[in-house]
Design a binder for this molecule. Sequence first.
Ligand code: SF4
Length: 354
Amino acid sequence: MLSAETSLRQMAVFPYTEGVRAYISENKYDLNTILTNPLLERVREKGKERVISSLREMRLGDQRLYDNEECRVEILSFIVSRMIASVIGDRFLVNRLAVTEGKMAVQRLSSEYQNMLIPLAREFGINPEQMGDSYRLHFTSFLKFSSKMRSPEWKLLYQKVDGGFVIVERHKLTRLVEQAITDRLSERLPPYTDEIRNALKREITEVASVLDEIKKEFQRDTLGDISPERYPPCMHEILRQIQNSENVPQMGRFAIVTFLHAIGMSAEQIFDTFSSVPDFRADKTRYQIEHITGRISSTEYSVPECSTMKSYGICFKPDSLCNQAWMKHPLTYYRQKGKKPKAGARKQLHDKQQ
Ligand code: SF4
């Protein structure tokens, strides 16, 4: 643990460590003080900036901390950033915040806080033992934090193992610590309370609006402009049935609403698409669309996977792209259709057309 001997600066750069808890309680920073004390306005502002910077993937906190006041702002603003994330409760935001903290730790462990690697690893239960330039850690610790890493260099099979212990170099131990920080911060959040929501209303509103904007950008980048030529056959068929005033099963309507919403259609545009359904009832349809797209509920429903579409009998007319082994989702189909063919494939297509 980093507790007693940890300096204020160390706590400020690694604000999720045990020592911080003692610091908070010794200095009597209770919830009400952090949320309402006028002298801590800068702390609340910085807490909001931390979340926004992580959403925008900007580096923050790289500035050197010179005095106790700056360290205090750093520690407390970390706590405020977690409160904001807890109230908004959005998984994407929580993960971004956790990943940013993990990356900042790597940066610091690689520069002026190199001597903190072992204490920080211990804080997360890794317990490494230094052996010259390498580190020896129990294979269970290695597996616990490497399980999400996909590249072969992390397979236990390729590690140097000695009697139940894995020998790793510094950069690998640093990466494991980064993962441990990210995992802990994305799994544990302070409990959300109305007191926090009310006190941080302005900060929460601002972060929520940036989050919304980032998600829309993300959606535009991955899915591009709405393009009916890229719809998968199932969605084409459901739309055809709607346009021919045929009765579409409930699951079919659910699938098309979630799909159109996911590719960027507004609730209003989806509503217009549905207005020719025979049992169309404006109020009921609007309610369903707004409910499914998350506008009037806390849940934003996802597009069903191909396996679900198949089990409901609405995987209509699958084509050769649908028959690819990796095709598992209507949005994968849509994305795939939007990709430009690679040069070789373009040439083949051109040759075929000659
Ligand atoms: S395989 Fe998937 S994408 Fe293709 S038609 Fe069936 S449900 Fe739609």
